[in-house]
Ligand binder design. Sequence first.
Ligand SMILES: *Cc1c(COP(=O)(O)O)cnc(C)c1O
Length: 287
Amino acid sequence: MKDSPISSIILREREFFVKRDDLIDPYLAGNKYRKLYTLLHTPPEKYHTLISYGGTQSNAMLAIAALCKQKGWKFLYYTKELSQVQKQNKNGNFVISLELGMYHKELAQEEYRDFIASLRLHFDEKVFVLDQGGASMNAREGMEVLAKEIRESALDVDAIATPSGTGTTALYLAHALPEYTIYTTPCIGDTSYLQEQMLALAPIPENLMILENQKKYHFAKPYREFFEIYQELFQTGIEFDLLYAPGMWKALLEQTSQKILYIHSGGVSGNESMLERYRAKGFFKEM
Ligand SMILES: *Cc1c(COP(=O)(O)O)cnc(C)c1O
């Protein structure tokens, strides 16, 4: 694998650099590629099945489906029961993952939690269970590779930014790059929830700075200001995801002034369904 390229953009008269991890692969890209790096370099005969669970829009699900196809591993993915709307209106990532060979299993709301908690008890050592969103200590190695690429690019920046879901990416990147400030923003839940998830994996280093937006945003809901940032970014020539990136960019624009390298975490394949919801809300202005 060649290093992913770095672009430079001007946003509101500020220059930002963007690490183009979105360009690595159509499906196995962004921080999911980095998080799955160790599994990607695992001999195929080590496992026959990979199991994970979570939402039907998940970027991790899509990346794992692509990984398992490459490896010849069976991929079992558990979700809660799909709603009528979800059944009719299956989103891009979900359909692509099924096409890549994913087996989807629905669990009743009331059994979901206990079943997931006991997942590892049901299976032998040829089965790898990966927690929701790829939150795993396994992600460390891929972030070290990313850190090495950043270091070798010798860019003149003071800080690095990446938005958080589970916080796995920001946490291990901060460990791997102690000489930089790593900014992140919680996109699912608040700062204390993010810290809790990070602490389940490793201590939080001092160079990791969590920037919280003043307004509370709910994950995967359409917001006018998010769409405006998405459009502004689009005009610089790079499409970003609509779930995580807008909140991070908003926090960077409002709360920082340094030279920043933004890690593009991919996820653009999930935009199709979000754009539909933006259209339905009437926020959509033709670009
Ligand atoms: C998964 C994902 C994130 C969150 O990554 P974590 O390691 O779970 O914090 C951020 N941005 C995009 C585009 C993602 O797909």
